[in-house]
Design a protein around this ligand. Sequence first.
Ligand code: AMP
Ligand code: MG
Length: 488
Amino acid sequence: MPKLESLRFDNGFARLPETYYSRVCPTPVPDPYLVCHSPEALRLLDLDESEISRREMIETLAGNRLLPGMDAIAALYAGHQFGHYVPQLGDGRAMLLGEVKNAAGEGWEVQLKGAGRTPYSRGGDGRAVLRSSIREFLCSEAMHALGIPTTRALCIVGSDRPVYREDEETAALVTRLAPSFVRFGSFEVFYYRNQVEALRQLADYVLARYYPELAVRAEPYAEMLREVTRRTAELMAQWQAVGFSHGVMNTDNMSILGLTLDYGPFGFLDAFDPGFICNHSDSGGRYAFDQQPDVAAWNITKLAQALAPLLSVETASAAISDYPQQFGQAYLGRMAAKFGLAPGGETVPLMMDALQLLARNHVDYTIFFRRLCNFDCTAGAANAPLRDLFLDRAAFDAWAVRYAAALRGMNAVDAERSTAMRAVNPKYILRNHLAEVAIRRAADHRDYSEIARLHTLLAHPFDEQPELESYAAEPPDWAKKIEVSCSS
Ligand code: AMP
Ligand code: MG
């Protein structure tokens, strides 16, 4: 396995003209230490696991030294934040160090989040705090394990350097990996500046590197927009099905590759509440859980508008017109699988009625589906743990009769259905209170073992892990007090 020194860099983005970024230099932090790492993410770079604890590695991922071949840049982008266009955002604290080509031929961009000020920092300090870094690290890797497209997290490096938010906290850097961090907002900035050639060159770059099969088509820009639309629809279906709320779906946080990007005040549903708002700063609920598919659609219209100079307004709108149908179909398919039902027939009303029951009875979303995996069509005692989740038992019983009839109609074998359902209904998700325990131990006691435990647990979210059964439970009462906002 290669060592750190033998990483091969191939910095595609840095070869673009400086229109798209600024060359930067990470600001060193004192006495960095490793907080946690993801062995799976290390393998993406073909790195031997022992490399992560080497001093050289920690210093590099703290931004204290660069390796030969690294070329640090901060990308320029703009974006619609809470519906309003902000003409210049950009990497205010993230720095792209370079792109590593692994043995499999994959390119992985290596980015430090929290590496210090850049020309796009505006009033910010360019830093990230340990608390939010732990959340991003754990959630990126958990999403990947759930099969949801996402940027990855290699590790967190901490430093005792103070960082001031509402309170004094300490600094941390997350090393993120992705094929590309280009966002919808990366295109918007050139559209609003009327820089059509810059827009075209960026689109050509993304097409050539990430959508090569589309680059050769008759209308490559329209094809790219169509594909981004399709991927975004698929991503939204996955978020909704698993109960993930992003919290800040601004167009600068929307990936051109359809990845989950920029973890901030995200949250997973506990009790099912369609209007769940995970971001404490989102008082209007613009990014509430049930708004996400529509917000994504709105964001796609902003991308289409930004690309319109390259392909005409009509072609752009045609390219995104399938979104509602693509989302609908993807969502229906994923939800039907969660219920163990085949799409069609009674499936949609059964699912909608179940979701309504969950909302009315404040039933935990993840626990419901996991217990549903054991549903017994003969309505035996095996259904008691599921039934116990509902205050309104009569309403549940009435639904269960219809559900059992639908399952019998499919002639499915209980055991087979149960196995298939278990593969799509996770037992373990990154609930806020679980992350909070790990954060408290790390911040108050320098004890990083809970982060590692959660990381390992969430790497296998669909497996029974009896020794960690309590991690699948509903949140304790104190969890209600957790507030997550944009401050990170
Ligand atoms: P976010 O809400 O993390 O997606 O960030 C929105 C914008 O604010 C991006 O341009 C970030 O780079 C920038 N930003 C967020 N936090 C900081 C910070 N502490 N220092 C500088 N820029 C920041
Ligand atoms: Mg962002």
